[in-house]
Design a protein around this ligand. Structure first.
Ligand SMILES: Cc1cc2nc3c(=O)[nH]c(=O)nc-3n(C[C@H](O)[C@H](O)[C@H](O)COP(=O)(O)O)c2cc1C
Length: 353
């Protein structure tokens, strides 16, 4: 059930992938998820038009900067004009910090009105010729670099639509080398049940060597196994269930392969949260900016803990690393004498209570 996936020239070590999530799949979180077993991680969506109109990648650096230890990693672009995509890719390839990405994913699933109104995101499913032109141009541009192009689509656009299989065939014909199917329509946004039958339809419609990745409502080993078995898909992309719980990848890997699994101890959770904060500080340049980002990130890490309301309140006022340690202590994720190693962002087992 858990196995490598070949996307064109790229071999991905496992078929359990982290979904791109704006505000969640930032650089430090992607590194953590990879270390904990995610086979492929992906940046948050970045506007191709934004890069073109600002004349470069400067304003997107925080989203597109990659770390040496997160490969394989995909970048995700959204847009509605093939020229914007090519311009954005040219600029990205000029930047040493960005050009090492392993695959390009094209967003064809974003439901947000601001994006859809421009013809981008999930609206591309309503304009398959334009979507195909974008795939074709990106594929042609990236071919010499041996970087594959993938697409992330939905079940369809309108509430009762089911365009995924036909649409996926067109994207494959245009050059897409893997297809992720979020089994909801645009109208559903993220609510209602994902309809996995559409993942099976896409799997059956495409050639065997083209990977189809199922997405939507994979939350544990039981749902992962069911989705793989019911749809025949090649891999799974996990979104919300991974936010605040990057251990899900190691847990799924163990449980799907019949190996024993032990939940991380509380100090180890605290240690990963510190690592996330330190990574944000390094990325964003200062503790206050990192703390502001970390406020909503902490809400995910605190899911299911006792006293969640009080913790959320404390997390909402975070302004520094010192505050973070205090909140972690309050949450029981750090020994009373626990000190995070300066610059290491790590709480050692010795600090356990
Ligand atoms: C907060 C949030 C941000 C998201 N941002 C993106 C994004 O940038 N690009 C994208 O393709 N999908 C994005 N998605 C959709 C997820 O990648 C995924 O398709 C969706 O959450 C369904 O999977 P799940 O049921 O495992 O969460 C986002 C979802 C959430 C909840």
């Amino acid at each position: 059930m858990v196995h490598p996936v070949q996307i064109g020239p790229l071999q991905v070590p496992s078929n359990l992938w982290l979904a791109p999530m704006a505000g969640i799949s930032d650089l430090p979180f992607r590194r953590i998820a990879r270390r904990l077993g995610a086979g492929l991680v992906c940046t948050e969506l970045v506007s191709a038009r934004g890069i073109r109109f600002s004349g470069g990648v400067r304003s997107s650096l925080r989203y597109l900067t990659l770390a040496a230890d997160e490969h394989p990693v995909a970048i995700q672009l959204f847009g509605f004009d093939p020229d914007d995509f090519v311009f954005a890719l040219e600029k990205i390839m000029e930047e040493p910090l960005l050009r090492s990405f392993d695959a390009l994913d094209i967003n064809m699933g974003c439901p947000v009105p601001k994006v859809v109104r421009t013809g981008a995101g999930s609206h591309l499913m309503e304009t398959p010729e334009l979507a195909a032109a974008i795939v074709q141009r990106c594929r042609r541009f990236l071919e010499p670099y041996r970087k594959p192009v993938t697409v992330k689509i939905r079940r369809g656009f309108a509430a009762d639509s089911n365009q995924a299989a036909d649409f996926a065939k067109r994207m494959a014909a245009a050059g897409a080398q893997a297809v992720t199917v979020h089994a909801r329509t645009r109208e559903q946004y993220y609510s209602g049940k994902a309809d996995w039958s559409v993942i099976r339809e896409v799997r059956q419609a495409l050639p065997d060597q083209l990977p189809v990745i199922g997405n939507g409502d994979i939350v544990d080993a039981a749902s992962a196994r069911r989705c793989l078995e019911q749809t025949g898909c090649d891999g799974l992309m996990i979104g919300r269930a991974a936010s605040g719980d990057p251990w899900i990848f190691a847990r799924l890997q163990a449980e799907l392969t019949g190996k024993p699994w032990r939940e991380p101890e509380l100090w180890a959770r605290g240690s990963v949260i510190c690592e996330h904060f330190d990574g944000l500080t390094a990325l964003l340049g200062d503790q206050l900016t990192a703390a502001r980002e970390m406020r909503h990130v902490l809400m995910h890490y605190f899911r299911g803990l006792p006293d969640a309301r009080q913790l959320r309140q404390a997390a909402g006022q975070l302004t520094s690393r010192g505050d973070l340690l205090q909140v972690l202590r309050q949450a029981g994720l750090l020994g009373a004498s626990g000190q995070a190693g300066a610059g290491q962002g790590c709480i050692s087992p010795a600090n356990r209570q």
